[in-house]
Each structure stands twice: as C-alpha cells, then as structure tokens.
Design a protein around this ligand. Sequence first.
Ligand SMILES: *Cc1c(COP(=O)(O)O)cnc(C)c1O
Length: 366
Amino acid sequence: MTMTTLPIQVQLTETKKPKPDSETLEFGRVFTDHMFIADYTEGQGWHDHRIVPYAPLSLDPASIIFHYGQTVFEGLKAYSSEDGVIRLFRPEENMKRMNLSSDRLCMPQIDEELALSGLLQLIEIDKDWIPNAEGTSLYIRPFIISTEKFLGVAPSRSYRFMIILSPVGSYYKEGIHPIKIKVESDYVRAVSGGTGTAKTAGNYASALKAQQVADAQGYSQVLWLDGVERKYVEEVGSMNIFFKINGEIITPAVNGSILEGITRKSILELLRHWEFPVTERKVSMDEISSAYENGQLEEIFGTGTAAVISPVGELNWKGEKMVVNNMEIGALSKKIYDTLTGIQTGKVKDPFDWVIELNQNLVKQL
Ligand SMILES: *Cc1c(COP(=O)(O)O)cnc(C)c1O
C-alpha cells in the first residue's frame, strides 16, 4: 500500500493524562491524549489536516449536526501483542465504508489514503495507550459531522472529520458466554431504501427503544427483522448474524437495509477458504423455528468489530424460546473466533493480507 504524504500538522499535548488500569477498562469511556481533525469547506475541499491534543469542541448551536443528524461514523481496532507489533485489521475497508455512508448522507468523500495515514500517525503518537492484556485493544472511532450554522433542511456546506481513540477492555472478561436475544416484532431498524446500509447516528438513536424493552425482559440484544413483512432476519443489535442449520452456514444477503460488516465479509472469505458450505440468502424466522423443532438449528452467532463473534444461546420469538447448542459456544463459532482474533493479534498466519503492521507501514511511508 502506498501512503499519501500530505503534511499533517502535529501539535503535541503538554499535559499527558494518566493511563487507565487495563484490568478495569470499560468500552468507550476513556480517550487518549490526541485526536485527528480535518475540516471541509465547500469550494475548498478538505483542509487543515492536523493532530492536536484531545479536547472538547466549540460548535455553533445552529450547526446542522445537532438538528438533522447529518453525520457518519466508523469503528475499528488496533491491537498490541506480545511481540510488540501494533496491528490493524483491514482499516482501508472502514475508510471505504465511511465514504459509502457519506454518499448516502450527501456528505463529501474523504481521501481514504490520507485518512489512513492520519490514523496511523495518530496511533503512533498515542501508542502507549494501547493496552496489551489478553483481549484488550485500542478502539478507533473516525466520524464526520456537519458544521454549517443553518436551520434549513439541506446538506451542510462545511464538515469536520475527526478520529478519536479509546483503550477498551476485553469483551469477554469471564470467557465467552452465549447471549440471549429477543426477536423484535414491533420495532424495526431499517427498510430498503432507508439508511440501514450506512453507519449514521439516526439508525442507532432509533434502535434504543427496542433495546431498552428487550433489556427489561432479560435479553441483551434484539434480532431485527425486515421492515416490510417482519418475517426475514436482518441483523442483531449492531452485529451481523450467521446461522448453522443442518451443516449449512447461512447469513442474510445484503439487501439494502442491512449494514455490511467487515467482520461478516471476512468470515465469509474465511469460510469459503476453508471450503465450508456457506450461503448468503434470505432466511425467515419460520425457517429458524422449524429447524429448531427438527433439531437442526446447530449454531447462531453475531459478528462485529467489538466482540468479533458473539454466540447466541437463546432466541425468543413471540414467547417461543429456542435454546441453541445447550447455551454453549459451538465448535464453528469457536474456530472462527480463534482464527480471526489470532490473525488480528499476529498469533495466526494471515493468508489474506488483512492485517497492517503499524511500524512497518510508517517506515514505508517516511
Ligand atoms: C458496525 C455494524 C455492524 C458490524 O460491522 P463490522 O464492520 O463487522 O464491525 C453490523 N451492524 C451494524 C448495524 C453496525 O453498525
């Protein structure tokens, strides 16, 4: 990969914050010393790429972002392993997807290589913040907000692109426990033609209600169904979903409302590399329910950057409880989890060239 070497101004902090204890780290509450910023002005394009001390923003209360939610975001991770190498998993895919999301929200495209170069420099500067206990990582949050001061409903003429970093604890502090999921029949996440395929704030705000109701009923996530017939499976919480039914591995095909995960895509490539029978197609709750009754529902797992793999131990569909694989992680889920996390941390060979090793790339760039 060649990196664009546009100058990124760097202003280092004079007051470094204390680092958190990696044993008690939560998700997304602590942030590193610096952040990346670039500004966009109509007619001028992106300008003033810079790395500056992490600090609050000052924005006009009439900024479009506060009123109409014109914004996109991404999520990925950097891993620091025993060998001292810092690794990123397919970061170029996140930059590419951010541009797809931006296109849906009428927002300007970023230069993907320049953004990646800014990210690598930011990580290099804040690399002491990457925890290295088993399962921990540095969560990376790139996002773009609309900053024009205007209450009319129209695309903003100015934007700010930022990247912030947050050290996060292990998703599975007490080992991998399958989760209980409620199949959501009242609320919907997205419909074809809407914004479901984009990582944009409104999708997450509108999902809170269903999540809150499921929580109160003892379920940790909701399984979203299609918005038209409420019949076909879409995804689970902020993860894509896979089923293993009678030997066949199935994930819902991307259909204009599902968010196309990079973990999903990687797992599909991995399964095909292993020559396992895998299909992307429509899958209905009726099919899941009859597979369960016939004893053919072997495994269910969610997939996403945060957990990598999240096995599902129970599905509740309108009161019908389906217990999957005895509430234990299945052999396939375990194999995928071990392989992907192994590749991400350098313990398993990466036959796909998915991983970028930070040190190597900075050297190449300079
Ligand atoms: C981010 C996200 C995913 C998973 O995407 P990854 O790239 O695998 O992290 C799935 N569904 C939704 C709704 C998401 O926001």
